[in-house]
Write a protein that binds this ligand. Structure first.
Ligand code: SF4
Ligand code: SF4
Length: 318
């Protein structure tokens, strides 16, 4: 987006939406796009979701006479017990998975500075709707993604306020501020896959990620391994099905970047995210095919679903 020499420079991936609707293809109708655009609304409209400070005073009778829980610090005697509270709160607010890690500042974006007191990251994974994703690359899969982002806004806001009400600080982040996937790996939520996404044991890559940095004393989790790297060496399904040929077919991961938008120096299969984005522009909506076809997703999801079947689910038997 910053490089004028690139083909996709400042190109919006849904620029061709009207053309796409007029083509009359299943999964790209006005009703499908209406759902996809609606799905993002909480994420886009609720800026408090990504607050670094108290969003709003408590709306309670006590608040009206100046009683503010944020001013009274909850003494944490046992970080393990506090972690249980935090994880339960995250699940209560709608998280599918939650883990905790020490905040490794290597994962912060260039130029971002976070006070040293923010020692921990609470990392949350939100399951995306399996039936929507099963229609990828249609606009209905994009709707599943959008719902993931809107749920993220809700959970982040509630978690940030929960922590502040205990007298501690919270920095709520979506895709901003730091790389979510390495933090999720550190927090024990999964491993990195060939498709460049976090693979969780529970949902495979069919999750959205967000994180909260805090000074609340917590107990970090440990990274997990359940054979993803070995499985990816042979599987390659995401690479085979990617319309953009953006995913590596190499047997072995490497340290070499494949495009200007990658960060070199980590051992992994690099995804050509520029090719990926240009395919989104051609598709006139984002794509989730490398999530849909992953066998770790298919443990808990159906393989494919037509847009017509999607719309009838739960309303008319399919
Ligand atoms: S999102 Fe679609 S285009 Fe991009 S890497 Fe995945 S399968 Fe390929
Ligand atoms: S589709 Fe196969 S190769 Fe790709 S991330 Fe999933 S397991 Fe790995």
């Amino acid at each position: 987006m910053w490089d004028p020499s690139w083909k996709g420079y400042r190109k919006m991936y849904d620029e061709r939406v009207l053309e796409r609707i007029n083509e009359g293809k299943a999964g790209y109708s006005k009703i499908d796009y209406a759902l996809a655009y609606a799905s993002w609304i909480v994420h886009d409209a609720f800026k408090g979701a990504f607050a670094w400070e108290k969003i709003k005073l408590q709306r309670t009778p006590a608040a009206s006479i100046g009683i503010d829980l944020t001013k009274i610090k909850y003494e944490v005697g046992d970080p393990h017990k506090m972690s249980v509270y935090v994880k339960r709160a995250a699940k209560f607010f709608g998280a599918s998975l939650v883990g905790i890690c020490k905040l490794n500042r290597l994962w912060l974006y260039d130029g971002v500075e976070i006070d040293d007191k923010f020692e921990y990251a609470i990392v949350i994974a939100i399951e995306m709707d399996a039936d929507g994703i099963a229609t990828s690359p249609s606009a209905l899969a994009a709707a599943a993604t959008g719902v993931g982002y809107s749920k993220m806004a809700f959970i982040l806001a509630c978690m940030g306020e929960f922590i502040r009400n205990l007298g501690y600080d919270a920095i709520q982040c979506g895709n901003d501020t730091a790389l979510s996937i390495p933090l999720a790996i550190d927090a024990g939520l999964g491993e990195l896959g060939r498709n460049g996404l976090l693979i969780t044991p529970e949902y495979g890559p069919r999750v959205r990620l967000c994180k909260i940095f805090t000074d609340l004393p917590l107990e970090p989790d440990k990274p997990i391994e359940f054979g993803v790297k070995d499985f990816c060496r042979k599987c390659k399904l995401c690479a085979i099905h990617c319309e953009a040929n953006a995913i590596s077919m190499d047997d072995e991961p490497s340290f070499e970047a494949v495009c200007k938008s990658n960060n070199p120096g980590a051992l992994k299969w690099y995804v050509d995210v520029e090719k990926c984005y240009l395919y989104w522009c051609e598709n006139a909506i984002d794509c989730s095919t490398c999530i849909k076809v992953c066998p770790y997703n298919l443990r808990t999801a159906r393989k494919t679903l037509s847009p017509e079947e999607f719309w009838r689910l739960g309303v008319i038997d399919v």
